[in-house]
Write a protein that binds this ligand. Structure first.
Ligand SMILES: Nc1nc2c(c(=O)[nH]1)N[C@H]1C(S)=C(S)[C@@H](COP(=O)(O)OP(=O)(O)OC[C@H]3O[C@@H](n4cnc5c(N)ncnc54)[C@H](O)[C@@H]3O)O[C@H]1N2
Ligand code: MOO
Length: 407
């Protein structure tokens, strides 16, 4: 029995995932999910320092002639302090003398004789001093468990001198295909045969999402052949396959799974396209069987498969997020089932893809997003705001959101 979209999401978000971790150099950590709370071990800046090339002064002396008594470069361990009516030349990033109360940029002074300067512009007390800890405080949480290590996290880690980080192991995903009419792109095909485009799509997308992906081939149309491929892959966290589950005479996938003690988590989702989606588990390996129709399988992958992968990655972003944009045309549809509509969002308007039959392969190459209509929607007026779910940009949320477009 097909379940609701909400129920499918609940099942996915409540999956109990066994996670493993490893410790790796931060250089290799990009896109990995952090498995530890990273705490700042020092203040940043570590010391008060100059934000400008200029002169450290005592603010109360700003209207006087000031004698230059020293020069400090970034990295110097200079302990000299200012005396009345003196200044110290200082470079950007250098530690400021302890009693500095302003930095005067080099552009704002006039050089006088006798190694003296005069300030020619207005100055404010404490200007151009970067204070200890104003950026990061010691013991601040820098990265939470479940956050993805991206470039800006690498900035944090390296700024603290953290060389290694604990991350969750990449999930192992196995992809195989069934359906003897399908040939892989490197095989010769006859006129009556078609290329398998789903399998390479899942492989590419699972890799993009940060998984270790293994392709184990094409099953012949027999229960035994499919069983063999599945049994061979039970070391994986997730097996993704497509097709072979509808009512056709050559649809053996379902029987093969059943013979392997398949525990069904859901069998069918009340959604269009993509109803014949099956998700379950054989031993410790999840199995996602997507519809054979290429567009249906790709959209279902985006809506549900991506969330399953986020769970397996141990990411804390396990829900869809959306962007609000206007629809560029009035749209009519039949109500009664949640509908996924692919389209192109240009930053302001969402344009529904004119082609969107579930069996098409070309559609998503011209789309960057989708909208999800709830089962009550019959008509959406032009210019109305709709909730746009990005497809090939990762735009997810740590909180579950209502992403339906309501009438
Ligand atoms: N009598 C009925 N027929 C169908 C129903 C139905 O309810 N009653 N549902 C239709 C819907 S909706 C879908 S979706 C498909 C689901 O079929 P399967 O998931 O079992 O997939 P297949 O029958 O194997 O293939 C369907 C279609 O997709 C093409 N395909 C399959 N795999 C690939 C691949 N790896 N790469 C490219 N294209 C693929 C396949 O050639 C078929 O054209 O069933 C409908 N029929
Ligand atoms: O529902 Mo099928 O999933 O239209 O392609």
């Amino acid at each position: 029995m097909a379940i609701s979209v909400q129920k499918a999401i609940d099942i996915i978000s409540n999956l109990n995932i066994n996670t493993n971790f490893e410790i790796i150099p931060i250089e290799n950590a990009l896109t990995r999910i952090c498995a530890q709370e990273v705490i700042a071990n020092s203040f940043l800046p570590k010391f008060n320092n100059s934000a400008m090339d200029g002169y450290a002064i005592i603010y109360g002396n700003k209207d006087n002639e000031l004698k230059i008594i020293d020069t400090i470069f970034a990295g110097d361990d200079n302990k000299k302090i200012l005396e009345e009516n003196t200044c110290i030349k200082i470079m950007t990033g250098a530690r400021v003398p302890e009693n500095t109360s302003a930095i005067i940029p080099i552009e704002d002074i006039q050089e006088l004789n006798d190694n003296k300067i005069k300030i020619t512009q207005n100055a404010k007390e404490f200007q151009h001093i970067r204070y200890i800890g104003e950026d990061i405080k010691k013991d601040d949480i820098l990265i939470n468990i479940g956050e993805e290590i991206n470039f800006s996290k690498i900035t944090l880690l390296s700024s603290q001198g953290i060389s290694h980080i604990k991350v969750f192991k990449k999930p192992k995903i196995v992809v195989f295909s069934s359906g003897e009419e399908l040939k892989l792109h490197y095989e010769k095909i006859e006129d009556h045969q078609i290329y398998n485009s789903n399998t390479p799509t899942f492989i590419a997308r699972a890799k993009e999402l940060g998984c270790d992906v293994r392709f184990i081939g094409q099953a012949k149309d027999s229960i035994e052949a499919i069983k063999e491929l599945v049994e061979n892959s039970l070391d994986a966290d997730l097996i993704i396959t497509s097709g072979g589950v509808s009512v056709g005479d050559a649809d053996f996938t379902r029987e093969a799974f059943n013979e392997l003690d398949f525990k069904i988590l859901f069998d069918g989702i009340q959604i269009k396209p993509g109803k014949p989606t099956i998700f379950g588990k054989i031993k410790n390996t999840y199995i996602l069987n997507l519809p054979g129709n290429p567009l249906a399988s790709a959209l279902i992958f985006e809506l549900f498969g991506k969330l399953i992968i986020q769970k397996l990655l141990a990411s804390n972003e396990i829900y869809q997020n959306y962007i609000l944009g206007k629809i560029d045309q009035t749209f009519k549809t039949k109500k009664g089932r949640v509908t996924v509509i692919p389209g192109m969002f240009d930053g302001e308007y969402f344009s529904i893809s004119p082609n969107r039959s579930p069996g098409m392969v070309s559609v998503l190459s011209l789309c960057n997003s989708m909208i999800i209509l709830d089962d009550e929607v019959e008509r959406i007026e032009k210019e109305r705001l709709v909730k746009i779910l990005p497809i090939n940009w990762k735009f997810l949320s740590t909180k579950e959101k209502d992403f339906y477009t309501h009438e």
